[in-house]
Design a protein around this ligand. Sequence first.
Ligand code: GTP
Ligand code: MG
Length: 273
Amino acid sequence: MSSVLRPAATGHEPSTDVTYRPISSHLAITPPVSVVIPAMNEAENLPYVFKTLPDWIHEVVLVDGNSTDDTVDVARSLWPKVKVVEQRGKGKGDALITGFEACSGDIIVMVDADGSADGNEIVSYVSALVSGADFAKGSRFANGGGTDDMTFIRKLGNWALCTVVNRKFGARYTDLCYGYNAFWRHCLDKIDLDCTGFEVETLMNIRVVKAGLKVQEIPSHEYLRIHGTSNLRAVRDGLRVLRVILGERSNRRALRRRTRRSPMLDSVRGEAS
Ligand SMILES: Nc1nc2c(ncn2[C@@H]2O[C@H](COP(=O)(O)OP(=O)(O)OP(=O)(O)O)[C@@H](O)[C@H]2O)c(=O)[nH]1
Ligand SMILES: [Mg+2]
């Protein structure tokens, strides 16, 4: 199969000339998928992460946060074609932005390197995107999702911040601060990311809804980090997330006022494209 094929639902031209690939019995073919993995001292966890990545993905981009362990060597030994990028600044947000720039696939999937994300779920994210979503947003609290990794306090904080985002921006999210998401690369032009830390996922979730993109939640299970300790500090990073939410202007009313032409009416009148 060649890249002359177009994603039927989105109408976007493929941005690369890499080939579409057959996947499984329920997803026949997919555009090239890039997996971005931000990693800072995750050498011990990478074997678990890479083991679950499907072999049909187009590329893996590992963004190294100046690791002092063998993160880069281990990644290269596990996935010889891995594209390693050194991040310029500091923080997970900075790492992801650097990684997105290095991707050549039409679909980009974000996967943490601590062993908490199961690569076998990638097919669900890609299926949603191929079926018409712009942004496939992982959720630990949608039916079928779950978490082994969150304390009660973190769940409460995430719920409170998610409620504020839903009210302010007119979203209907069940989860907010979760790192497992996927999207068509064209989304990046509409969300113009500018942040450095763990607030990156919140900023993405807000900007996609503000841009009127089609967001679909994907139930996802977050496993316990396998080795090492979390880089997240609940209070410090929670406050950063809150600052992002308060700092973003809401265009909720304008989005609600925007009327959409009914494709059913158009087809009856013979005006469908
Ligand atoms: N390159 C890079 N990666 C980072 C940086 N900070 C965190 N990461 C990676 O981002 C991912 C998520 O970080 P974690 O420390 O697991 O934080 P978390 O998943 O939000 O929090 P927990 O639920 O406690 O694990 C991991 O793969 C980290 O290695 C950074 O500054 N640079
Ligand atoms: Mg983690």
